[in-house]
Design a protein around this ligand. Structure first.
Ligand code: ADP
Length: 504
């Protein structure tokens, strides 16, 4: 058995390749960002060709820098930004349109129409989701209706759909030369097209969006001992490594944080924030604005489900301060700037750039900065941005506690924003519980590697993985109850000011 396991993490802002050893420790990592294409208000796209070129480049660079080869890898896992939609021609390898990213709101109208009759309830019951622009179904429909020739191409077998896991897998396994067209249950559970009980595409749901089944990938378990195929010999790995795991990024982070028992939860702070609570083999229906989703399915074992609180804009609000307002030059500087002041000076920032996701689900919301006085500075805005990340997380933690009765005694965190010490302290202050970050903060890639390694017997079982988890840092609440509740009440009021800004 080779010494290491690899993982491709095709994220929203960048693509990483990582190599892990038997202890789950990071051996190597390289990542490259790709362009965020913003053609008009509410639209967010990526170039799928750029994504694949960067994926190939990060793999090659990692191997070159470490001197490792394909033969050093026992297996490879793939994890990805979820919901982002690619439709391409498998004969030429060319996409018909840019990838429509999960944050893109152009299909609001498609989603709202579904919610006007009984179809909305069917979607809720069967998929665990709710009709929202966020999920892939409406995005595929938009491409079929707005890009000429695609519908006819489907009939000829010349147009297929995939999220970026499927796009990456197809390219890794050879592309036009025999690439496989496969996804896993976690990604499929984010399309509004899969029945959460049968774990198969559902013809009635497909009919709502006018999507032909022929263009959809085969749904497989998240870890599959028989594998989905091997990397192509002529591809970036230069040899045939079995690809044995696919997991959406948030589900991968749940595995990377070893949340294998019902009641265990993690919160990932990246472009957006995603809190997932393992509910075991039971599907728990939310009464509080959370989604029900597949956490993972390992081989023949039954699927494990999760309740999810998805927040669209957290780390990307920090990017907005950097790229649009230019009040900081790096994401890390948000901390230095925010530390110049002791509090946000009465300012609340509700970064509802893509509407508000959980637990509000208000597609009509847009960003709002409220409570301003002449006294306020860019430092207050930076602090309000970090606080907004934490208030939004408290909103979903409260929803999760209402739905599940599980009361968190500690919040396990990971993701890019957790490098921000002040933000994590504020999270603990605003939530009133300790916040804990593991040694390997790249839990998304780690989770994909774990699933891939389990499938080939590189790791024996989940108990072995659990033993790897170690805390690197813990933050304890410093605010008293009165300050916490007063500040949170202000946030709840601020959120209402963000409602009702779009009419379509
Ligand atoms: P994704 O997987 O969604 O691409 P990452 O986990 O790589 O996201 O995190 C990237 C996000 O984290 C970016 O939105 C960036 O603005 C934010 N970020 C990175 N470092 C910091 C920091 N020190 N403080 C605040 N935000 C940060």
């Amino acid at each position: 058995m080779p010494d290491f396991v690899g993982a491709v993490d095709q994220g929203t802002t960048s693509t990483r390749f990582m190599i892990f050893d038997h202890e789950g420790a990071e051996v190597a990592k390289f990542q490259l960002e790709h362009e965020q294409i913003l053609p008009r208000a509410g639209w967010v796209e990526h170039n799928p060709i750029e994504i694949w070129t960067r994926t190939a480049a990060v793999i090659q660079t990692t191997l070159q820098r470490t001197g490792l080869h394909d033969t050093d890898l026992a297996a490879l896992g793939v994890t990805n930004q979820r919901e982002t939609t690619v439709v391409w021609n498998p004969r030429t390898g060319r996409p018909y349109y840019n990838a429509i990213v999960w944050q893109d709101t152009r299909t609001d109208r498609i989603a709202a129409a579904l919610d006007q009759d009984e179809r909305g309830q069917v979607i809720r019951d069967r998929t665990g989701l709710r009709p929202e622009a966020y999920f892939s179904g409406g995005k595929i429909q938009w491409i079929l209706e707005n890009v000429s020739g695609v519908r006819e191409a489907v009939d000829r077998g010349e147009a297929v759909f995939g999220n970026t896991d499927t796009w990456t897998l197809w390219n890794l396994t050879g592309g036009v030369n025999g690439g496989v067209h496969i996804t896993d249950v976690t990604n499929a559970s984010r399309t509004m097209l899969m029945d959460l009980d049968t774990l198969d595409w559902d013809d009635e749901l497909l009919s709502y969006f006018g999507i032909p089944r022929a263009m959809l990938p085969e749904i497989r378990p998240s870890a599959d001992p028989s594998g989905y195929g091997t990397t192509a010999r002529f591809g970036p790995l230069g040899g045939e490594v079995p690809i044995t795991a696919i997991l959406g990024d948030q589900q991968a982070a749940t595995v990377g944080q070893v949340c294998f028992s019902p009641g265990e939860a993690k919160n990932t702070y990246g472009t957006g924030n995603f809190l997932l609570l393992n509910t075991g083999t039971d599907r728990v229906r939310s009464q509080s604005g959370l989604l029900t989703t597949v956490a993972y399915k390992f081989g023949d074992q039954p699927a494990v489900y999760a309740l999810e609180g998805s927040i669209a804009v957290t780390g990307s609000a920090v990017q907005w301060l950097r790229d649009q307002l230019h009040i900081i030059t790096s994401a890390g500087q948000s901390e230095t700037l925010a530390r110049q002041v002791a509090d946000s000076g009465g300012v609340y920032f509700v970064p509802a750039f893509s509407g508000l996701f959980a637990p509000y689900w208000r597609a009509d919301a847009r960003g709002a900065i409220v409570g301003l006085s002449r006294y306020n500075t860019d430092a207050h805005l930076a602090r309000a941005t970090l606080e907004a990340i934490c208030y939004q997380s408290r909103d979903v933690v409260e929803a999760m506690q209402r739905d599940s009765g599980v009361v968190l005694d500690v919040l396990k965190v990971d993701g890019g924003v957790t490098a921000n010490d002040l933000c994590m302290q504020l999270q603990s202050d605003i939530l009133g519980v300790p916040v804990s970050r593991p040694v390997v903060a790249e839990t998304t890639a780690l989770g994909a590697a774990y699933a891939a390694g389990l499938a080939v017997g590189y790791w024996k079982d989940t108990a072995e993985l659990r033993a790897h988890w170690a805390e690197s840092r813990r933050w304890n609440p410093a605010w008293n109850e009165e300050r916490r509740e007063k500040a949170y009440a202000g946030w709840k009021k601020a959120v209402t000011k963000a409602f009702d800004w779009t009419t379509d």
